[in-house]
Write a protein of this length. Sequence first.
Length: 269
Amino acid sequence: MILETITEHIENGHKIALAVVTKVWGSSPAPEGAMMTVTPDGLITGTVGGGSLEASVIEKAKTCLKEGKNGSFTFEFTNKEAEESLNMICGGKAEVFIRIFIPKPKLLIAGGGHVAYELYKLGKFLDFHTVIFEDRPEFGNKDRFPEADEIKVGDIRANLENYPIDENCYIVIVTRGHASDEEALKAVINTKAGYIGMIGSRKKVALTKEKIISSEKVSEDVWQKVYAPVGLNLGGDTPAEIALSIMAEILLIKNKGKLEHLKSIIIRR
């Protein structure tokens, strides 16, 4: 049941924590080897003994999920604590290892043109779960994107609105025209996506911003999470160079990086 639960969550694109009791001292409600999964909402499968100990482990697992960090933690309860706080009849302590399982980040590409194709190749190289959204069958198919994890052909806005978008999704809008880009942006701007980027000139972006804010009643704060014009200013204007500048920006946001030269790193061959 535990392994099946972890597999199901990962396949559905959700992170989950596994808590394993690795050692116990004294009296503990948790036997060594007891396991429990915990979701970000605190839903569990299995048990590490129940009671206040289990509640403490759940809260620690939720913190680990939020921070994305594994760790080993000791939960100690003396006789006095057992009586006054933990509601246990005797004292002891338990060591619990919490492992976080995070699914692959998802790269959602709205469009199937030249820049989209180069983005797709970089996404697969960087081990993103890559999804193509296209309304033209000739540009959205397995012949063009043979290694894409998913290809959604049809109305781009509708398909984006129906896709389960969360903070593990990184969205790039590079469709065949301004109007289509705007519709795609309307579909995702109010989601919890980790990144939303839209291609275009500064003039086009300014006009789109004006339309989005007025028609969709989007606040300035919400607009600020849109990276447009998309990508870092690396120079170059070929589809491959543009795609690289976009992926560099995505990695910067995803990994909480910094725009600085790594002068202190010496590469030895």
